[in-house]
Design a protein around this ligand. Structure first.
Ligand SMILES: [Zn+2]
Length: 294
C-alpha cells in the first residue's frame, strides 16, 4: 500500500484509517480531521510522525509507516478491555494494581443510581504533563490527556456500572455527575484574551484528539450505562455550578463536546438559564441557544 499526495486528492477508507490513528496519537490534522482525503495537512502530520519514529521522512504512508501507526496505538493502550477495541483512543486505568505505587483517592461510595444524572465537563486550567501522579491526585473520575488518552482516575468501567464514585470535582454537581477533566487552558471565549487564566499557562485550547476522545468516551459510557438500566441525561459545564469557574470548560469544549452530546447522545444542558448554587448560566458566546453574558 502507498498513500501519497496526488492531484486530485486520494480519497479512500485507508486514508481515513491512517488519519484516525494520527489523531489518536496526538498529531494535528488542522480543521480537516479524519476526512478520508490525503491532503497537505495529512502529509505534514505523516512527516512529523515519521520523524518522531525514526522512519524515512517521505510524507507518504507505505506499509512500514502504517505498521508503525498501528503498533504505536497498541503500545499506548495496554489496559484497554478487548471488548472495547473500537475505541480509537488509549485508556489508562489508574485504579489498577501496579500502575501507581498507591491510589490517592480512598475507597469512595458510588453515587446512588437514583441520584446519578450524567456528566460534567471541565478543563484542568493547566497542563498535567506526562506524569500519571498528577492525574492520580486530580479530583475527577475521568481525565483526557492532550494526546487523547483517557485516564480512568476512579473506578467507573466503560462497560457500565459501577456508577461513578462520589468525588468533589464540581461543587453542586458532585452528587449527581461524573466529572471529566480535559487537559486544557484556553480562552473562555475564543478571541477574548480577558477570558484566559494566564496563571495556568498557554493558552492551550483543547486538541482535536481530545475532542474526539471525549465524544467517543461519552458515547461508550452512555450506551454502556443505558444497557444496564441507568439513563444518563445531563451534560453540564462546571461554570453552571460555580462563579469561580466561569471559563470552565471553555467555548471550544462546550461547543464541540457539550453541544455535540446534546445533539447526538440525548443529553441536556438543563435549559437556557440552568445553574445551581453560585453557578452561572451558559453564556451567549458558547452557543446560539444561550443569552447570558459571559
Ligand atoms: Zn472544573
Amino acid at each position: 500500500m502507498l498513500l501519497t499526495l496526488t492531484t486530485p486528492l486520494t480519497r479512500n477508507p485507508a486514508v481515513r484509517r491512517a488519519q484516525e490513528l494520527l489523531l489518536a496519537l496526538g498529531y494535528d490534522l488542522g480543521p480537516y480531521k479524519a476526512d478520508g482525503a490525503y491532503g497537505n495537512a495529512t502529509n505534514s502530520a505523516v512527516r512529523i510522525f515519521q520523524q518522531d519514529y525514526g522512519l524515512p521522512i517521505t510524507g507518504d504512508i507505505d506499509d512500514r509507516t502504517m505498521n508503525a501507526l498501528q503498533i504505536s496505538i497498541e503500545a499506548l493502550r495496554p489496559n484497554l478491555p478487548s471488548s472495547q477495541v473500537q475505541l480509537p483512543f488509549p485508556l489508562i486505568d489508574l485504579t489498577k494494581d501496579g500502575i501507581l505505587p498507591c491510589h490517592y483517592h480512598p475507597e469512595r461510595s458510588p453515587i446512588p443510581a437514583a441520584n446519578f444524572r450524567g456528566f460534567t465537563l471541565h478543563w484542568t486550567a493547566c497542563l498535567m504533563g506526562a506524569s500519571l501522579g498528577a492525574w492520580n491526585v486530580c479530583n475527577a473520575q475521568t481525565g483526557i490527556r492532550r494526546d487523547g488518552t483517557i485516564m480512568m482516575i476512579l473506578p467507573q468501567a466503560l462497560s457500565g456500572p459501577p456508577l461513578p464514585a462520589y468525588v468533589s470535582h464540581g461543587n453542586g454537581l458532585n452528587s449527581a455527575t461524573e466529572g471529566i477533566e480535559i487537559e486544557a487552558n484556553g480562552e473562555g471565549v475564543i478571541g477574548n484574551s480577558h477570558t484566559w487564566w494566564k496563571e495556568g499557562g498557554g493558552p492551550y485550547e483543547a486538541t482535536d484528539a481530545q475532542i474526539a476522545a471525549a465524544r467517543a468516551y461519552l458515547t461508550m459510557r452512555c450506551s454502556a450505562l443505558r444497557a444496564k438500566g441507568v439513563n444518563p441525561t445531563w451534560i453540564r459545564a462546571h461554570r453552571q455550578s460555580s462563579d469561580q469557574r466561569q471559563c470552565d470548560p471553555g467555548e471550544r469544549i462546550w461547543r464541540e463536546v457539550g453541544l455535540w452530546a446534546i445533539a447526538n447522545l440525548g443529553l441536556d444542558d438543563g435549559g437556557r438559564d440552568w445553574q445551581t448554587g453560585t453557578g452561572l448560566p451558559l453564556p451567549k458566546a458558547w452557543g446560539d441557544r444561550y443569552t447570558a453574558a459571559f
